[in-house]
Design a protein around this ligand. Structure first.
Ligand code: FPP
Length: 292
């Protein structure tokens, strides 16, 4: 191809460069969708496999996992997500070898000591859901002071599910309500879904709209069983230490394409249905159904 008056010694002309640039731009990183979920919850899985693939101890995977936590929190803040919940340590994780549990606890301490002030300066509110009992006293203190320090912040609401198990959370809520009923301050007949939801450790967090699971598995693993009743799920094969802003954006774009009906019908269907109502002469009889 010749480019009159624009040739270069490398045989590349400006038009070629412009074309290449625009192709690269088209294939550029995903953009932020207009319709964002209010509450994104993430199961950060795959640290152990990431380390094993590199012949490293599992702990190395957890350390790299923290880099992904930082990338994703920063991205969530920039994108303008309102709620982000990260599954950091489950009640079942105590079954791991003692040395790994000790390491995870140590990482949690280090992460909080290093990052809570920074999060605070970025107006991020930090919360923790999960059982406080059974945690080392210094960890319980770290949690408490991070929550107090950031309680008035209004940008991203960042929750760490730490020593968290959804069944235990539900059982605890049931216990609280039962005690109130026993003490005569609650009529059991008035217990409804919103009262139970308001008695959970996560009270104050909205339902999860989008649950992302990294690491290739497709299960919920005792995470937000109640709060994810109508969540959309995006499963990502990448292992958590490789997960980054682009993966978050891809999941958000996937979410934006989903049609959420919450057991009803979509807005389009509703319009079509009300239009066709005008043409319905007679309902379909049960006999007609039987005859089919
Ligand atoms: C699961 O990977 C991951 C966890 C046990 C929880 C996530 C922990 C981190 C990201 C590090 C700590 C984070 C903070 C904020 C302190 P896995 O070990 O089950 O991976 P595998 O399925 O490949 O074995």
């Amino acid at each position: 191809m010749t480019c009159a008056g624009q040739g270069s010694s490398l045989g590349v002309c400006k038009r070629d460069i412009d074309l290449t640039k625009s192709i690269l731009e088209t294939a550029s990183p995903a953009s932020v969708p207009q319709h964002l979920p209010k509450h994104v919850a993430i199961i950060m899985d795959g640290n152990g496999r990431w380390a094993r693939n590199r012949l490293l101890p599992r702990e190395a995977g957890h350390v790299r996992g923290i880099s992904s936590v930082r990338k994703v929190v920063r991205a969530a803040r920039e994108i303008g997500l309102q709620y982000l919940t990260l599954y950091t340590f489950s009640t079942e994780n105590w079954r791991r070898p003692e040395s790994e549990v000790r390491h995870l606890m140590g990482l949690f301490r280090r992460y909080c000591r290093a990052d809570v002030e920074k999060l605070h300066s970025h107006n991020v509110r930090v919360r923790f859901i999960g059982a406080r009992s059974g945690l080392a006293p210094d960890i319980a203190d770290i949690i408490e002071s991070a929550e107090v320090l950031t309680s008035r912040n209004t940008a991203l609401n960042l929750a760490f599910a730490f020593n968290y198990g959804s069944r235990e959370e539900l059982a605890e809520a049931a216990r609280l309500l039962a005690q109130k009923a026993r003490d005569g301050v609650l009529d059991p007949n008035t217990i409804n879904a919103s009262m139970l939801g308001g008695s959970l450790q996560s009270a104050g967090l909205p339902d999860a709209d989008l649950v992302i699971r990294a690491g290739g598995e497709r299960r919920l693993s005792n995470f937000l069983l109640w709060q994810a009743a109508y969540a959309e799920f995006v499963f990502v094969d990448k292992l958590w230490p490789d997960f980054d802003r682009e993966d978050l954006l891809a999941a958000l774009n996937e979410y934006a394409r989903r049609d959420r009906r919450f057991g009803g019908i979509s807005a389009n269907e509703r319009t079509r249905s009300s239009m066709s109502d005008e043409h319905v002469d007679a309902p379909i009889s049960a006999e007609a159904i039987d005859a089919e």
